[in-house]
Design a protein around this ligand. Sequence first.
Ligand code: GSH
Length: 338
Amino acid sequence: MGLLINGQWHDQWYDTAKSGGAFVRESAQFRNWVTPDGSAGPTGDAGFAAEPGRYHLYVALACPWAHRTLVFRRLKGLEEMIPVSIVHPDMLENGWAFRPDDPFHRDHENGARFMHEIYTRDTPDYTGRVTIPCLWDTHRKRIVSNESADLIRMFNSAFDGQGARALDFHPEPLRDEIDAVNERVYNSVNNGVYRAGFATAQDKYEQAFTEVFDALDWLDGLLAEQRYLVGNRLTEADWRLFTTLVRFDAVYYSHFKCNRQQLRDFPNLQGYLKDLYQIPGVADTVNIDQIKRHYYRSQRTINPTQIVPAGPRLELERPHGRGHLGPDFPEACASASV
Ligand SMILES: N[C@@H](CCC(=O)N[C@@H](CS)C(=O)NCC(=O)O)C(=O)O
């Protein structure tokens, strides 16, 4: 675990001293967009046109932010167009790393040993954290983006003219509502569990803990009446929540001390999680062994023994019982069906 300072790698844990023991996530620095014609997107430079085989996606199977991009890549049928390299789940003194002798954890594009080499290849004097997901442009030898919220929007539509599947997880009429749900889910749930887990002061932890469970209570109530979060369509808001929920009982409940109750004890959230998990292709993006291994072995300030717990039983394949609440996949997210 560490960061680059002027292009040099430094092995150090998050500095929470300057924020009174609170974990404050850094903003992503690469914010360019792949667009159908290469014009500039909402932020960053122009010149990243959607072309099959041009972009390479770096991910960890453990990471909830990278997981979003894998779900979109899978459901939109982009697997052939956007190849991936998967870092090893142990993120230790060199940060995210590849294992060149292991085909599953090799950098298939640049042959790098460490993820920080990709960052300095783009920006030799880069200062900041080295995070995944990260989309690499093989033509211009540059990082397009290391922000998952932007990447899933690119994957949702930029490749539609190249044969991506006609599903729309960000339909125009629902965008404001999606943004509003995303904002609360990001602060209180996606990042909320990290704020609880990485806090180094009791009050900061308790504040995050309260926000996590207040938000889960709100979501559980919402999902009593509707199958999905926004407009009863399956949208990016659902996928952004899903990747945190699927890690909750195995990691956040125990390792991050979010232990008021397990997710399986919420009447509606657990069925909702199973419903999303059972959409064809989604379970293939979930690797619980890598998820557990990453958190419990890499975050040694939280778990110094590095013992990875053997449980719990998740049983995500069990019936979800939510079919009566709204449309099934893929009708629930078909393009232009709002
Ligand atoms: N804003 C980023 C956050 C990505 C992120 O924090 N990824 C974690 C893995 S779960 C990471 O790479 N952390 C390494 C570090 O912070 O040094 C996104 O959503 O894409």
